[in-house]
Design a protein around this ligand. Structure first.
Ligand code: BV8
Length: 289
């Protein structure tokens, strides 16, 4: 395992590039798992750890501007892990749905950054004729990977834009940047409260995304963990499982995590800087073959 410095270690990044080129050469599977650090440079606050923003980023507690009713102290005043639970929702459905609506609108206003775009390009370089050479597992609920052009995306923890009736499960998409206005929002047909279709702590991930993660971990030749503290399970377990069976595991993250010590390569730095550099290496390598 080799770690990089704050600017990202070119030698370590070069090793990741070589592993990707080797995998692409014989149609192996590249799996990526992303976390909140990948969206930090789009101005979306992370849950934990250091934050390195880029254009427009600000640390949790910045100014929301358009909705004084839920001014940003909501984020800094409340522990995300406490709000992202069924108990938190049961205790105060108004607070929790205001928080999620604030995040939903903030993410709608955000734009994908160079790290998101690099992963979309990597998918195109890896996918191969049948598109089966790449899979992106994201813990993020902001939809920015898809807006950057990523196609084979599994949202492990759900989405801010889909909400469901707490009783019937009927889903509805909220894509309008205007505030929902009523908290909790209601299903017009039943009058029941709506909750965001995100996976809260203590809730099981949807079976299909767990299956996708397990399959990626069991088949991939290269597993990239990018912008995640690797602290939340079962998501963090997929990289570990891939490494345990001999896949090449690489980490790109601002700070060391529980995965750093077991990864083949762990590079310190910002996703929006390092991922484009990595994809440039792969593109150049493919051009030479
Ligand atoms: C479950 C959605 C069981 C909501 C989230 C072992 C196995 C299984 C479960 C557990 C287990 N051990 C413990 C558990 C329980 C728990 C868990 O993992 N707890 C942790 C805290 C110990 N897991 C669960 O509860 C899961 N459910 O297991 O259910 C079950 C089974 C059957 C039946 C019933 C129940 C559910 C977990 C999902 C929780 N939901 N989010 C929402 O978004 O509000 S988790 C939340 O954390 C977000 O999704 C977030 O994405 C995720 C992980 O965090 P990261 O993405 O990594 O973000 P973080 O801020 O932590 O780190 C960012 C990193 O980026 C930092 O390291 C930083 O340095 C770096 N960074 C910052 N800027 C940059 C950067 N890096 C690069 N560039 C930058 N610019």
């Amino acid at each position: 395992m080799s770690a990089g410095d704050g600017r990202g270690d070119s030698e370590a990044l070069g090793r990741v590039g070589e592993a990707l080129l080797g995998c692409i050469a014989h149609g192996g599977l590249v799996a990526v798992c992303s976390g909140a650090g990948c969206s930090a440079e789009s101005g979306i606050p992370t849950f934990r750890g250091a934050v390195a923003g880029g254009e427009g980023a600000d640390a949790p507690g910045g100014d929301d501007g358009d909705d004084p009713a839920i001014a940003l102290p909501l984020w800094s005043r409340n522990d995300p892990a406490a709000l992202a639970t069924p108990e938190g929702f049961a205790r105060d459905p108004e607070l929790v749905t205001r928080w999620y609506d604030w995040r939903r609108r903030r993410c709608l206003r955000a734009s994908p950054n160079a790290g998101h775009r690099a992963l979309a390009e990597l998918e195109a370089l890896c996918a191969g004729a049948d598109g089966d050479g790449f899979v992106l597992l994201t813990q993020n609920v902001d939809g920015l990977h898809q807006r950057a052009g990523s196609v084979r995306v599994h949202e492990l923890h759900g989405s801010l834009y889909r909400w469901r009736d707490v009783a019937t499960g009927a889903e509805r998409v909220f894509a309008d940047p205007a505030p929902m206005g009523v908290y909790p929002p209601r299903n017009d047909a039943t009058g029941n409260a709506l909750r965001p279709c995100v996976v809260w702590f203590g809730e099981a991930l949807p079976e299909e995304v767990v299956d996708a993660g397990l399959e990626a971990a069991s088949r991939c030749e290269v597993f990239l963990s990018v912008g995640t503290s690797a602290a939340v399970y079962p998501a963090a377990g997929f990289a570990e499982a891939a490494g345990a069976r001999g896949a090449f595991v690489a980490e790109v993250n601002l700070e060391a995590t529980g995965l750093s010590g077991v990864a083949d390569v762990s590079v310190r730095g910002r996703c929006a800087e390092l991922l484009p550099r990595l994809v440039s290496m792969v593109r150049a390598g493919l051009g030479e073959r």
